[in-house]
Design a protein around this ligand. Structure first.
Ligand code: TRP
Length: 317
């Protein structure tokens, strides 16, 4: 069967090696397999549901776009665009809001987590309707497979429900897209290897970190925390070495220094080409905007067709 792939990428600034192994690398594999049937976009409208993102979102968008392009997303092969450049997303979201019960949205785990501790009246509406916009993002392109991480599977389930409800009410329009489960790789923090890697301080290796920065952070990486299962810090470093293709060298590292130096060199070499490409891209941010806008033109063709079909089916024109 011919698959159509779609995924959105939160505009959240520079990416680290956990983001790369957990999503980006797998998106590129999908692109190389399915080519023209792939849609990838940067979800800037989702990013602003977290209030402090307003002033950061445009810089974050450029950083994420440069990371994706430098890592191998090829606008000639797949459709790569910025969500807010395609107005059909918010238009379809509005229509879906009219068939989505509030109860479904209050049940979403991510909403519960993100609104925790905020008084009900003060929670922004966008935080609640976030998954409806996501359903519109997806269904506009009628994909068959949506690669997402574990934290988004509930939103995808709601997307399927919305598709089903729309189809039942107005006639078969949307496929119910399947979850293409991304490999759940647990890349741990360098400074606290019992937690997942996130973006703060020295705990993460960013994709564009220069070699000396990689070595500096790895030298500080914790290897001494022991749990009943062994040493999570050492396991994490060995796992990374394997992931970045240095399997032959995973031997018995009696001295962690040697492990750290080998890993630093492996990662620095792996991303050498990436760093050069990203630097070139960032020297002309206008060109990045242009790539995203060109992609949006391609996406709009498909999206506006679906929107027109929807409007006609519900009797809006
Ligand atoms: N909500 C997703 C995330 O936080 C990003 C996203 C927005 C998305 N729209 C999407 C993912 C559509 C897949 C499909 O990661």
């Amino acid at each position: 069967m011919k698959e159509t792939i779609l995924s959105g990428i939160r505009a959240s600034g520079k990416l680290h090696i956990g983001n790369y192994l957990g999503a980006l690398k797998q998106f590129i594999e999908l692109q190389d397999k399915y080519g023209r049937n792939c849609y990838f976009f940067i979800a800037d409208l989702h990013a602003i549901t977290t209030p402090f993102k307003f002033d950061e979102v445009s810089e974050d968008t450029i950083q994420v776009a440069a990371d994706y392009l430098a890592a191998g997303i090829d606008p000639e092969k797949s459709t790569f665009f910025l969500q807010s450049y395609v107005p059909a997303h918010t238009q379809l979201a509005w229509i879906f809001e009219s068939i989505t019960p509030l109860g479904e949205l209050y049940r979403m785990t991510q909403f519960k987590e993100k609104s925790e501790g905020i008084k009900n009246e003060s929670v922004n509406t966008g935080l609640l309707t976030y998954p409806v916009l996501m359903a519109a993002d997806i269904l506009l392109y009628k994909p068959t497979l949506v690669p997402v991480g574990e934290d988004q599977t509930q939103h995808l389930e709601l997307t399927r429900k919305i598709a089903r409800k729309f189809n039942n009410k107005f006639g078969k329009t949307f496929p119910e897209p399947k979850n293409y489960a991304l490999k759940p790789l647990r890349i741990m923090s360098l400074t606290d290897p019992t937690k997942k890697m996130s973006k703060t301080g020295d705990e993460a290796l960013m994709l564009d970190d220069p070699p000396d920065e990689i070595l500096r952070k790895l030298k500080k990486a914790v290897t001494a925390t022991d749990t009943k299962q062994g040493s999570p810090g050492v396991d994490n470093l060995k796992f990374l070495l394997e992931q970045f293709g240095a399997t032959a060298q995973v031997k018995d590292f009696s001295k962690y220094n040697e492990l750290k130096e080998t890993l630093a060199k492996t990662i620095a070499d792996y991303f050498a080409d990436f760093r050069a490409k990203k630097k070139t891209l960032l020297s002309k941010p206008d060109q990045i905007h242009e790539i995203l806008a060109e992609g949006a033109k391609k996406a709009s063709k498909v999206a506006s067709q679906t929107l027109a079909e929807v409007k006609q089916k519900i009797g809006l024109i």
